[in-house]
Design a protein around this ligand. Structure first.
Ligand SMILES: [Zn+2]
Ligand SMILES: [Zn+2]
Length: 339
């Protein structure tokens, strides 16, 4: 099979992913082999390549927003049959026995394996996954549309759930890339009387236009004061400053949820009275659970969410990652592995 592999930590600008030919992977017990048709391009790949979240071995096939068809079954695998369309997300496997797993918090499992970090991912023609961590994809989505739902969408859903947002309240979104443009659609569906305020970099005209089209009630710059206090906010950015800005705009008792695996710059010093007092909270969101994916995908079909997709070929993965880093992809970047 053809795959784009990462052989060492590097800067993204060096175009580090190499196109190679590999033997097709063979599914073990309880696993399925999936013929990949689409794989989303995520900020986490930038963190992996640049060493903030290093892969656990090299070479590694990155990519954890995978859509494809079940092509063969390992011994004892029964949940899917050949030809079924499935999705694979960031969580690839968890132990099922630790205190976190037993509570359904498998995203916090110490020995969990992550797709494209500990197990080969979707920047390839084939991949292997445990059948317990593959999800049926609702009919209404094309393969390319479904891919960004599996990370940007699922983790956005989890982040929104963790904010405690309620109808009639005000939600702030800092950054407006792949995940935020899905979250605004969930928020507008679930909280029709709520308000969504979007904060982006002023240069990101494309993102601002998309936010307007998707029903943002107000769009401003990261440092702006919101038109009204935010009951909750989600920070999707890779940098530290928006966390402080969100706290500054927060209503008493409000919560800021940080939807990022790593930050490339520190969160600036907080002033306790201005940013934290009056029972304001900060909470991070780490990874996703199976339940998040199982709940979110049918909801996405019901809304329905229309992911805005920019398509690239497998061979163009390096270029896609550079554009992502520069904030120049409107909506979500997706590799068309069949194209
Ligand atoms: Zn991701
Ligand atoms: Zn566990």
């Amino acid at each position: 099979m053809k795959a784009m592999v990462l052989k060492k930590i590097s800067s993204v600008e060096e175009m580090p992913l190499e196109l190679v030919d590999l033997a097709d992977p063979i599914p073990g017990p309880g696993q399925t082999r999936v013929k990949v048709s689409a794989c989303g391009v995520c900020h986490t790949e930038l963190d992996e390549i640049e060493g903030r979240v290093p892969p656990s071995r090299f070479p590694m096939i990155l990519g954890h927003e995978i859509v494809g068809r079940v092509e063969s079954l390992g011994p004892g695998a029964t949940k899917f049959k050949q030809g079924d369309r499935v999705g694979i997300a960031w969580i690839n496997w968890s132990c099922g026995q630790c205190s976190f797993c037993l509570k359904g918090e498998e995203n916090l499992c110490d020995t969990a394996k992550w797709t494209g970090k500990d197990a080969d991912g979707g920047y390839a023609q084939y991949t292997i996954v445990s059948e317990d961590f593959a999800y049926p994809i609702p009919e209404i989505f094309t393969d390319l549309q479904a891919a960004p739902l599996l990370c940007a969408g699922v983790i956005g859903y989890r982040a929104l759930r963790l904010t405690g947002m309620e109808d009639g309240k005000a939600l702030g979104l800092y950054g407006f890339g792949a995940s935020a443009h899905i979250v605004i659609q969930i928020a507008k569906h679930k909280y029709p009387n709520g308000k969504v305020f979007v904060f982006t970099r002023p240069s990101q005209e494309e993102h601002r236009n998309l936010a307007k089209k998707l029903g943002a009630d107000w769009i401003g710059a990261t440092g702006d004061t919101s038109p009204e206090k935010l009951n909750c906010a989600i920070d999707f950015t890779p940098v530290g400053v928006p966390v402080r800005e969100a706290l500054r705009n927060l209503e008493k008792g409000g919560r800021v949820v940080i939807n990022a695996i790593r930050k490339t710059t520190p969160i600036p010093e907080l002033d306790y009275a201005e940013h934290l007092w009056y029972e304001k909270e900060i909470k991070s969101v780490a990874n996703v659970t199976r339940r998040d994916a199982q709940e979110f995908l049918p909801l996405a079909a019901e809304i329905p969410i229309a992911p805005e997709v920019r398509e690239f070929r497998l061979e163009e993965a390096n270029e896609a990652l550079i554009l992502l880093k520069e904030g120049r992809i409107r909506g979500a970047g997706v590799l068309n592995i069949l194209g």
